[in-house]
Write a protein that binds this ligand. Structure first.
Ligand SMILES: Nc1ncnc2c1ncn2[C@@H]1O[C@H](COP(=O)(O)OP(=O)(O)O)[C@@H](O)[C@H]1O
Ligand SMILES: [Mg+2]
Length: 266
């Protein structure tokens, strides 16, 4: 506990800058905070209450949001966060957000972050960073999405692909080993996520390629952070096996593309 409140850990982007003060969370406000807060409020009005409610912006550039009680999985991810029930619930929670999002007009004039955004664009507010650290669980099920810093308009399928990367995870076994339980059945887990979301047959057919595309976007994001000398990303890259790991993930995704498609459509 500090004068600023209780420091919350879990992220890489705002490390050391997210604090809880009672029922509120204070964190650096993203540049597009006003447009984002309007979207979060509109999502709530359309029935999606499983996200922090924006409370305000401070004069010193921070945003205030409601704190959501529950458990957030941090790496190495515990078994409770990697159950089939947990995975399916993440899919259905994302679908709930997208269903409400259909009725929400995203302000396209706002400066949405391009970092993890769908390169093909779109009209739906996508979270883009549904990793375990950004989902609050209660009773073994996903209860809320948090940390909308990377949210931007895109195709809903893009959000499913990003979520699959982190939650299945769509990583070769050696890359997954550092943070995830060993021996996971990737095609079966991808299917569970798609079923939890209620993904259409057409989107299922496209998902493996969109995951490959999303992986390239994540790689480019890390490359930009590293080129900028960001110490958190430099250290993470070195610890996790450098660019060789990203090469290995790319090859593994291409090699298994048909296996994933078969599992999704069987
Ligand atoms: N509104 C919230 N409700 C509950 N926990 C939160 C909330 N916001 C942040 N946290 C906790 O703080 C951690 C870091 O916050 P986050 O906003 O994800 O920062 P970062 O941008 O660094 O990823 C999260 O992983 C979560 O554990
Ligand atoms: Mg986070």
């Amino acid at each position: 506990m500090t004068a600023e409140g209780e420091a919350l850990v879990g992220g890489m982007l705002n490390t050391g800058a997210v604090f809880r003060r009672g029922a509120l969370v204070e964190r650096p406000a993203p540049r597009n905070a006003r447009a984002l807060h309007a979207c979060l409020l509109a999502l709530k009005e359309h029935g999606f209450d499983a996200a922090p409610a924006p409370v305000g912006l401070t004069a010193d550039g921070r945003e205030q949001l409601t704190f959501i009680p529950g458990d957030v999985a941090l790496p190495p991810f515990p078994d409770w966060a990697m159950t089939k029930t947990a995975l399916a619930s993440v899919g259905s929670l994302l679908r709930r957000m997208h269903e409400a999002g259909r009725a929400v007009a995203v302000d396209t004039r706002a400066e949405w972050p391009g970092d993890l955004a769908d390169p093909e664009g779109g009209t739906m507010l996508c979270h883009n960073d549904v990793c375990p650290e950004n989902v609050v669980f209660r009773d073994g099920r996903a209860a809320a999405l948090i940390d909308f810093d990377m949210a931007a308009p895109g195709r809903p399928l893009w959000d499913v692909a990003m979520t699959a990367r982190y939650w299945v995870p769509m990583l070769d076994p050696a890359s997954a080993a550092a943070h995830y339980p060993a021996g996971s059945d990737v095609p079966a887990r991808l299917r569970i996520l798609a079923d939890g979301y209620g993904l259409s047959p057409r989107d299922r057919a496209d998902l493996p390629c969109v995951i490959e595309q999303a992986t390239e976007v994540c790689r480019a994001f890390v490359a930009r952070r590293v080129a900028d000398g960001d110490p958190v990303y430099l250290q993470a890259l070195a610890e996790r096996g450098g660019w060789e790991r990203w090469d290995r993930m790319r090859t593994w995704l291409v090699d298994h593309r048909h296996t994933f498609t078969a599992a999704l459509l069987s």
